[in-house]
Design a protein around this ligand. Structure first.
Ligand SMILES: NC(=O)c1ccc[n+]([C@@H]2O[C@H](COP(=O)([O-])OP(=O)(O)OC[C@H]3O[C@@H](n4cnc5c(N)ncnc54)[C@H](O)[C@@H]3O)[C@@H](O)[C@H]2O)c1
Length: 114
C-alpha cells in the first residue's frame, strides 16, 4: 500500500497543493485545517475535479485546529481508521506570527507532532 501523508493547513496554499500533487502520484492523504470552508472547498470541489476516479478514495479529511487537543485526537483516529496509520506528517499551517497562540499549543499536541 502507498504511504499515508497527514497534512495540517491543507485547506489552502502549500498544504493544498502538496495534497493534490501527492494524490496525483498515488499516495494516500489525510487533509486537516481549522478553516472548515477552505477544507470543504478543497475536498469536495477542487480535489474531486482533478484526481482520477480510481484515486478518489485515497483522501479523507477532518477539521482540526492544532491548538485543540480533542480535534487533534479525533483527526488522528479518523486517519488511522481510514488508512491504518500515518507515515509522514506535513506541517503546512500558517497564521500571522504575532497572533499565533503559542501558549494554547499544549504539550500533548507538540508531543504528537515533534
Ligand atoms: N507561501 C510562501 O511563499 C511561503 C514561503 C516560505 C514558507 N512558507 C510557510 O509555509 C506555510 C504555509 O504557507 P501558505 O502560503 O500555504 O499559507 P496559507 O495561509 O495559504 O495556508 C495556511 C493554512 O493554515 C491554516 N491554519 C492556520 N492556523 C491553523 C491552525 N491553528 N490549525 C489548523 N490550521 C491552521 C489556514 O486555515 C490555512 O488554510 C507557512 O508556515 C508559511 O510561513 C510559505
Amino acid at each position: 500500500m502507498s504511504k499515508v501523508f497527514f497534512i495540517t493547513g491543507a485547506g489552502s496554499g502549500i498544504g493544498r497543493v502538496t495534497a493534490r500533487e501527492l494524490l496525483l502520484k498515488g499516495y494516500r492523504v489525510f487533509l486537516t485545517d481549522y478553516n472548515d470552508a477552505f477544507l470543504e472547498d478543497t475536498c469536495t470541489v477542487h480535489l474531486p475535479s482533478i484526481i482520477p476516479e480510481d484515486r478518489q478514495g485515497n483522501f479523507q479529511w477532518a477539521q482540526m485546529n492544532v491548538c485543540d487537543q480533542g480535534q487533534v485526537t479525533n483527526a488522528i483516529e479518523r486517519c488511522v481508521q481510514a488508512f491504518g496509520g500515518i507515515d509522514i506528517l506535513v506541517n503546512s499551517l500558517a497564521c500571522p506570527f504575532s497572533s499565533f497562540p503559542l501558549d494554547a499549543v499544549s504539550n500533548y499536541t507538540l508531543g504528537i507532532f515533534s
